[in-house]
Design a protein around this ligand. Structure first.
Ligand code: DGL
Length: 265
């Protein structure tokens, strides 16, 4: 089984890590559109075009399962992706929404995701009485991409994003952008212990594992070893350092052009 997943940058690595914890012997192909990160301030039309290009690229990669490891694309262009693929697709927003038990829920997400109210709609669809408060966080992704995750600057910005949610007495907080689990230590420090932090990748990976088990799919690749392949649209060197820091493997990272649908090196 070959599992494909993508994000604008390093965010999807947080999803990959959760999935690898449950499916340690699988084969993964990860695409990061680093040339165009951040997605979260782009228009819907731009995201739809990107989703079409990403889907076309993956349709040449012989994948068996696809994971949408980017909430922004998930919120705006899930249908575009579903129309392109004939393989099972797992997404973050739907997966997380099914696990919500609290009655007052905060969501931190990119401006483009918040604009769609995709989390609110998905949660209310299942539990109509839930109060969902979404907070747009335009400054997080650029800082996380630059690995600026321990500074006073990001600390102050985080306080500003979280304050309105705490004023609304949230009981749980969804990390509605796959980049944000990279700053979990900072967010945990700023939140009261009564507020439960929810990483949608946990629900996604559980759902994927259940799916594999129910189909009695042998997901181990033929060598029964973790097989990771990484592709980026710019700066492979920097990306391989970020993979090393987060997953503790030093992978080969290949440069691709999505517009040409192929490898350029
Ligand atoms: N990590 C992605 C998300 O979950 C994209 C963030 C961005 O590029 O702005 O929304």
């Amino acid at each position: 089984m070959r599992i494909g997943l993508f994000d604008s940058g390093v965010g999807g690595l947080t999803v990959l890590k959760k999935v690898v914890e449950l499916l340690p012997n699988s084969s993964f192909i990860y695409l990061a559109d680093t040339a165009r990160v951040p997605y979260g301030v782009k228009t819907s039309n731009e995201i739809i075009k990107i989703a079409e290009e990403v889907s076309s690229w993956f349709s040449l990669q012989n994948i068996d399962i696809f994971l949408v490891a980017c909430n922004t694309t998930n919120a705006i262009a899930l249908d575009v992706i579903k129309n392109k693929f004939d393989v099972p697709i797992f997404d973050l927003i739907e997966s997380a929404s099914t696990t919500i038990k609290e009655s007052r829920v905060g969501v931190l997400a990119t401006p483009s995701t918040v604009k769609t109210k995709a989390y609110t709609k998905a949660i209310l669809n299942l539990s109509p009485r839930t109060i969902v408060i979404e907070q747009s966080c335009p400054e997080f992704v650029p800082m996380i991409e630059m690995n600026n995750i321990n500074s006073n600057q990001i600390n102050d910005i985080a306080i500003g994003y979280i304050k309105p949610l705490l004023n609304q007495k949230i009981e749980s907080l969804i990390l509605g952008c796959s980049h944000y689990p990279l700053i979990t230590p900072l967010l945990t420090e700023l939140l009261p212990s009564s507020v439960k932090l929810i990483d949608p990748a946990e629900a996604l990976s559980l759902k994927l594992k259940l799916f594999m088990d129910s189909k009695t799919i042998n997901y181990a690749n033929k060598n029964s070893l973790l097989d990771l392949k990484f592709y980026v649209t710019s700066d492979p060197k920097n990306f391989s350092i970020r993979v090393k820091n987060w997953l503790n493997v030093l992978p080969e990272v290949n440069l691709v052009s999505l517009q040409k649908k192929g490898c350029v090196s």
